[in-house]
Design a protein around this ligand. Sequence first.
Ligand code: ITT
Length: 210
Amino acid sequence: MAKVKSAICWRHVLNRYAMLYFITSNPNKVKEIKELIAGRIAIQHINYEYPELQLDTIEEVAMASANYIRRMKEVKTPFFIEDSGLLIHALNDFPGPFSAFVFRKIGNEGILRLMDGKTDRRAVFKTVIAFCQTADDEPRLFTGTVEGRITDNERGAGGFGYDPIFEYEGRTFAEMSTVEKNRVSHRGRAFMEFLRHCTGKVGCALYNKK
Ligand code: ITT
């Protein structure tokens, strides 16, 4: 299990970036990231809905979205966006990059129906963060994944999206607090990878591998 270490080189991030802009239309993502940084660096949320691109991978979607945003006249930098998705083994990694569309159309109930009778319940949650230091920079990508399984029923009242049907070590993400979810989640892991880049420090380990 990967565990978040408490001693993050926040000072190095602060020295490098006085402000980071997080562009997303999803307030739940903002809540999780804010919880993770706990006020130690300055992140400003920009609630902006950019076109939902249908591409083959989450990486391609994140890259294309950041490229779209950095070409806008009023873009604020440095900024990051993130694209996340659920990849279900028994469904050939569906819904993957189509996770937002599928959630809107069939929701967790629909996914559970598609999984009816399937014994292989393995699934992976993935987040890809795309970061642009300036509007002239190609986006840099940072990835986080977590392996779990799809439950038989929705469980838990917390979290959002697919959380009630994604189980990690016996509990769904919706049965965890935000702090607990961040410690092991795709988003928490991707964000820690991103911070590792921001610190510019080799040896500033952010995870303890157990
Ligand atoms: P932005 O693109 O504006 O950031 P979005 O909600 O469209 O917001 P994504 O495309 O990344 O974000 O999300 C794809 C879908 O996966 C969407 O339905 C989310 O609710 C869901 N999702 C993303 N992260 C999740 C998480 O940590 N837990 C559960 N569901 C998640």
